[in-house]
Design a binder for this molecule. Structure first.
Ligand code: HSE
Length: 407
């Protein structure tokens, strides 16, 4: 029998207990041992819940109990989670976590400590909730040079963007409705400003490149400025707007961003709607693959956490090799990264925008009309460097919006 401790009895923590209790036989069989939850750590009391019998408030009880071989960290936040995890690894316990902030910030360090102590630090649930993506990157796609990872990594914003497209509704209205239904947080900033997706693409990039990326270095743009009219243009271009976290390696340089992008209906990410997440991966041998599923929610997330518990029990005394070294990963200059852009400019009629000026600034462009939209001129550029685009767009008055077009 292997004893485990669960730190945090919130949504994911109670989900971990539920997954293990519901599928106890399956979990035991696949782990090769009986998995026993010995402790749950939480500051709160849970009167009337059977968990009360194994509830502790002092982390030292878990840390000092040699019987506990796996610690499940599902408290969230960087501290004290990071300290608790480090102490557990140093005490010779394996750790698994759903905590994307802590993994993005301290992944390299914690993987190193786990290695030194012949234990494991796994974090499948930190990206894409229930979708297996970390384990495939560590264990399956081992012979490929992965040159692109693009993901719909945030369920809240994908839900909002899907509703805006399908109902022709405004961002604020859909956000309010999503909050009322409990799909969006009361404080939605981390989701709608792209910070959550930024942590997740940072984790994927660190793993693919084998080195720590600082998420502060990632260009991050949210969805708050997207309007119904932007969706009409996306539709005219046979696409839809998705918030993507993207890593690309071009000519040996690594580029990473989080931004809303017009995704073509020909791309598999176009078909990922509502709260679903998906991660598209391109490898030089593999070609394209996409991992799809529920990126959030109690049981899908807990399922990924418990899959790590099973892996850690199976690998007791043996470190599962993963390459994510400390030392900051140098990124290519964001201004050099080329994208196509949709540009919308205020104009009474198309002639108000001088086509010669457009050509001089952006080269050849494709003019686009969206049914029912008047008083503006819109066009899509060819791929143009971010820095060149930023400078060129300043020469025009009345710019309504710009959006990257890709994929
Ligand atoms: N707020 C996140 C989302 C939860 O909406 O996807 C999962 O990380």
């Amino acid at each position: 029998m292997v004893s485990i401790a669960v730190l945090g009895y919130g949504t994911v923590g109670s989900g971990v207990v539920e997954v293990i209790q519901t599928n106890q036989e399956i979990v035991n069989k696949r782990a090769g041992e009986e998995v026993n939850i010995k402790y749950v750590l939480d500051l709160r009391e849970f009167e009337g819940d059977p968990i009360q019998k194994i509830l502790v408030h002092d982390y030292n009880i878990i840390l000092n109990d040699d019987d506990v071989k796996v610690v499940v960290e599902v408290m969230g936040g960087v501290e004290p989670a990071h300290t608790f995890v480090r102490q557990a690894l140093e005490a010779g316990k394996s750790v698994c976590t759903s905590n994307k902030e802590m993994v993005a910030k301290h992944g390299a360090e914690l993987i190193q400590i786990a290695k030194e102590n012949k234990v494991n630090f796994l974090y499948e649930a930190s990206v894409g909730g229930g979708i297996p993506i970390i384990r495939p990157l560590i264990s399956s796609l081992t012979c490929d040079d992965i040159t692109e990872v693009s993901g719909i990594l945030n369920g809240t914003t994908n839900y909002i963007l899907t509703k805006m497209r399908d109902q022709g509704a405004a961002f604020e209205d859909v956000l309010k409705e999503a909050q009322e239904k409990g799909y969006a947080e009361r404080n939605p900033e981390a989701d709608v400003e792209g910070y959550d997706a930024c942590r997740k693409i940072a984790i994927l990039t660190s793993l693919v490149c084998g080195q720590q990326i600082d998420y502060e270095d990632i260009y991050t743009e949210g969805i708050t400025k997207i309007t119904e009219k932007d969706f009409q243009y996306a539709k005219a271009l046979k696409g839809s707007i998705k918030l993507l976290g993207t890593y690309q390696r071009i000519d040996g340089k690594v580029y990473v961003m989080v931004a809303p992008v017009i995704v073509s209906e020909k791309h598999p990410l176009y078909h990922v709607n509502d709260v679903f997440n998906a991660i598209f991966v391109h490898g030089n041998m593999l070609d394209d693959a996409m991992f799809y599923g529920r990126g959030a929610g109690k049981l899908p997330t807990a399922s990924a956490v418990v899959s790590d518990v099973v892996d850690e029990v199976k690998h007791m005394g043996k470190n599962i090799m993963q390459i994510w070294e400390p030392g900051k990963l140098e990124l290519g200059n964001f201004d050099d990264w080329k994208h196509k852009f949709l540009v919308r400019i205020q104009s009474e009629d198309i002639d108000d925008v001088n086509m010669e000026d457009v050509k001089n600034a952006f080269g050849d462009v494709l003019y686009v009309k969206a049914p029912g939209i008047t008083n503006e001129t819109a066009f899509v550029t060819n791929p143009i460097a971010e820095g060149v685009f930023k400078e060129a767009i300043q020469k025009f008055n009345g710019v309504i919006s710009t959006l990257r077009v890709g994929f």
